[in-house]
Design a protein around this ligand. Structure first.
Ligand code: BYC
Length: 326
């Protein structure tokens, strides 16, 4: 197989050339790169970018749902929602840990997020205005996450793929709880049914945009796929997700707000109506409905947690001193 960085060989040292050859072999065999293996700097950078963004998405993604913990309609719903939000914190931590194995400390990634230099998923910049939004987020947002993330369990970087296995198992539970909320509302009073339909209407397009820009506008996909990080393109996964929604919405007895959904027999892909990519770009630029609020809360939470970090560091120092004396 041709090297993934052919042109660079001339400027690589002998050791680096051996590393590159090993890397190329592993990728060609579809095996795994592990933290101590040699890897091209651009591969490392791509992983830190993608894993970091994903970790930030999990952490910021706690906010829209935490918004409903105090207002969940029953103790059972409250307990389930709290568990889900805690799971998202856990996902963030697995992912920050995976990124740390690439040499980027969690503190640095957090600083970048707080400073507004790092991205997180567009979806978490939309408001959660009714209880039905907890159902729509679970069904559609976690559903899109599963579609996108199951292939990432086979990502070529070992720690990332392994973290994704556990995350996907938990996302499946999240999706079912969301579906069940919507099912109950859809079979409830006319007002509850209308609330469920309204939530589906509002979350449909943003959840399709979670998969990223159309393939022709996705600068990173090609290389990420060549490195076996991404296994499918943004549009392929989006199409797969639409197919999933089409079947499941029938069970809910609700409708998708898109009358242009169809299955293309030639390409074997689900097609959907146009999406507002200008809105997507605006959200990425920080101009979505809740960007400012999400960042403000994240910054405040980080500042409020300063004493915990200080206490943990003081305790670690003390333990290290004790170990030295012993
Ligand atoms: N939002 O070349 P592209 C969750 C950026 S967590 C914001 O296609 P790539 C959950 C992209 O970063 C959900 N930015 O990029 C949590 C790139 O910008 P940079 C998060 C987006 O990386 C709690 C530029 O657009 N999931 O599910 O090949 C509760 C060009 O895009 C978005 C993950 O992060 C977006 N939607 O593909 C419930 C999964 N889309 O970095 C649920 C892992 C694109 O060049 N990530 N951009 O400045 C991925 O699979 C890929 O990174 C993406 C994008 C498919 C998202």
């Amino acid at each position: 197989m041709a090297s993934q960085n052919e042109g660079l060989h001339a400027v690589l040292s002998e050791e680096e050339q051996a590393g590159q050859a090993y890397f190329d072999k592993i990728i060609a065999e579809d095996s795994r790169i592990e933290p101590r293996d040699w890897m091209p700097e651009s591969y490392r950078k791509t992983l830190v970018r993608q894993i970091g963004q994903h970790a930030h998405s999990e952490i910021i993604g706690m906010q829209p749902e935490a918004n409903w913990i105090t207002r969940a309609p029953s103790l059972k719903r409250k307990a389930i929602l709290m568990a889900k939000v805690q799971d998202e914190a856990g996902h963030g931590l697995y992912l920050y840990s995976a990124a740390e194995t690439l040499g980027t400390p969690r503190d640095k990634m957090t600083e970048d997020l707080i400073a507004g230099k790092a991205r997180y998923s567009s979806i978490f910049n939309y408001p959660t205005v009714t209880w039905a939004d907890m159902g729509a987020i679970g069904w559609m947002v976690d559903g899109a996450a599963i579609c996108n993330q199951v292939p990432l369990c086979r990502a070529s970087y070992g720690p990332y793929g392994r973290a994704m296995v556990r995350i996907c198992k938990e996302e499946s539970f999240h999706q079912r709880q969301g579906f069940e909320i919507l099912l109950e509302l859809a079979n409830g009073t006319p007002e509850q049914r209308a609330m469920a339909q309204d939530a589906v209407n509002r979350w449909y397009a943003p959840s399709l945009m979670m998969f990223g820009p159309p393939d022709e506008d996705s600068p990173n996909s090609k290389q990420s796929m060549a490195w076996n990080i991404k296994r499918f393109s943004n549009d392929e996964l989006r199409s797969r997700f639409v197919g999933m929604l089409v079947e499941q919405v029938k069970v809910l007895g609700l409708e998708l707000p898109d009358d242009q959904i169809s299955y293309n027999e030639d390409t074997k892909q689900w097609e959907h109506g146009p999406l507002d990519w200008e809105e997507f770009k605006d959200v990425l630029k920080g101009k979505g409905p809740c960007n400012a609020q999400r960042m403000e809360r994240r910054r405040a939470a980080h500042e409020d947690g300063a004493w915990v970090r200080e206490a943990a560091a003081a305790y670690a120092d003390k333990q290290a001193q004790k170990a030295e004396v012993a």
